[in-house]
Design a protein around this ligand. Structure first.
Ligand code: ARG
Length: 463
């Protein structure tokens, strides 16, 4: 039997393999809520414009409500023969209300339908991701406040660079997440135009009120070009780009957690809630959740890359290639959402070994810059020369196998005779971090202020 929805000129139905490759219902059924909302808005508008009768519109709305409750209750039977969510809903509507159902598809196409549905879905998903990112920021800022004064080694090139505070390190991720939220908000702003009424590609001869459907669905305005409206998938690519960057941020923190929890550094401990054991090595405490967050980034970037490749050679307007926009995007955004939940949990859970952090912070001559700065400030030595002198003092300390603050004053004076006893006041890691009070610096005082500022702002955003 040929397809009920489009089979007029066909004598038989599609072959099994055709149906298999063509059907999208297995994944686009996730759009049911949006599909039904868009159909209701469309039917209302058709009735208001006198394109369909008020009675029919009422039956349609009623039928669509019934379908929504059937799907929510798990009583709806999705059929692959009906390809996608749009035809599954319309097919069922026909069973429920008869002929009136056939009027719903006046002046629309699945092309503008799917573009509308997926935009609505993306909008909801972005809102959920934004809330999750805010929760992640809250956990970070909270932990940062607790550890505003916890000293740890700051690294560049993975080499000990200067002492920093753990709170400062965590607040760096709060800033990243803020930009991630900004990118999602931008994508949301741009996607919020209604394709509904663009029909297949050229618009329609019916006298539609596209402003009305746009408004009913919470869009800012109708999309201005019908060809663009049905063939644009920027909104998916842009959201996936934002998601990719957010995932990369999570992955970097995940990698740090892996390093910090390794016995090789032992800087941080995760509780049993976020670690797993080994089936053969009884001593192991593996940071699997962090590793999986790191790995899931691959899926997200993969979905973006995949869709960019799908779109790059497509002429206007709609082509079935675009059906491939959904599975990857839905999978990727679900992965990001799960990763955010796991990271928020881990941030709340992790406990730094403050003694070990402090010791590591002092290793590797981490306060050498403080010594150079002291030479500049106290002896008015130009920084370049101070840097050189400090390098020689560090070499001397290394030769003697001593940390800087244990090197006798006489040894330092062999290199710069004017160095006084008070130099020791800048060589401890605590003094070092306390001195970094420049705006954006690591001083505990700064960190406390920034963490509180974030917590206040996040609290305000909530209400
Ligand atoms: N399932 C399709 C998709 O996701 C809907 C649009 C189909 N349009 C068409 N003319 N075959 O892209």
């Amino acid at each position: 039997m040929s397809n009920k929805m489009w089979g007029g000129r066909f004598t038989s139905g599609p072959g099994a393999i055709m149906e298999e490759i063509n059907a999208s219902i297995d994944f686009d059924k996730a759009l049911y809520r949006q599909d039904i909302a868009a159909s209701k808005a469309h039917a209302d508008m058709l009735a208001k414009q006198g394109i369909i009768g008020a009675d029919d519109a009422k039956k349609i709305a009623h039928g669509l409500d019934t379908i929504l409750s059937e799907i929510v209750a798990g009583k709806f039977s999705f059929k692959r023969a009906l390809e996608d969510i749009h035809m599954n809903v319309e097919g069922r509507l026909g069973e429920l209300i008869g002929d009136a159902a056939g009027r719903l598809h006046t002046a629309r196409s699945r092309n503008d339908q799917v573009a509308t549905d997926f935009r609505l879905w993306m909008r909801d998903t972005i809102d959920a991701l934004d809330a999750a990112l805010a929760g992640f920021q809250r956990a970070l800022a909270q932990k940062a406040l607790e550890h505003a004064g916890t000293v740890m080694p700051g690294l560049t090139h993975m080499q000990t660079a200067q002492p920093i505070t753990f709170g400062h390190h965590l607040l760096a991720y709060v800033e990243m997440a803020a930009r991630d939220r900004g990118r999602f908000a931008d994508a949301r702003k741009r996607l919020n135009e209604s394709p509904l009424g663009a029909a297949a590609l050229a618009g329609t001869s019916f006298n539609l009120d596209r402003d009305m459907t746009a408004k009913a669905l919470g869009f800012d305005q109708p999309a201005a070009n019908s060809l663009d409206a049905v063939s644009d998938r920027d909104f998916v690519m842009e959201t996936l780009a934002a998601a990719s960057i957010a995932s990369v941020h999570l992955s970097r923190l995940a990698e740090e957690i892996v390093i910090w929890t390794s016995p090789l550094t032992g800087l941080v401990r995760l509780s049993d809630k976020f670690t797993t054991g080994s089936s053969i090595m009884p001593q192991k405490r593996n940071p699997d959740a962090a590793e999986l967050v790191r790995a899931k980034t691959g899926r997200v970037i993969g979905a973006l890359t995949g869709l960019l490749v799908v779109m790059k050679g497509l002429p206007l307007a709609y082509a079935k290639d675009m059906q491939e926009d959904k599975e990857g995007a839905m999978d990727a955004l679900a992965a990001l959402s799960l990763s955010l939940a796991a990271m928020t949990g881990m941030v709340g859970d992790l406990e730094p070994d403050t003694a070990r952090m402090k010791k590591a912070a002092g290793d590797g001559y981490a306060t050498a810059t403080d010594l150079a700065d002291w030479l500049v400030r106290s002896l008015k030595i130009p920084f370049r020369d101070a840097h050189h002198l400090t390098g020689r003092i560090v070499a001397k300390a290394a030769e003697a196998g001593l940390p800087l603050h244990r090197l006798p004053l006489e040894a330092m004076r062999e290199i710069e005779p004017r160095i006084g006893e008070d130099v020791f006041s800048v060589l401890s890691v605590d003094k070092s971090v306390k001195s970094r009070v420049s705006f954006g610096g690591t001083a505990p005082k700064n960190v406390r202020m920034q963490a509180k500022k974030w917590l206040r702002k996040l609290e305000k955003d909530k209400s």
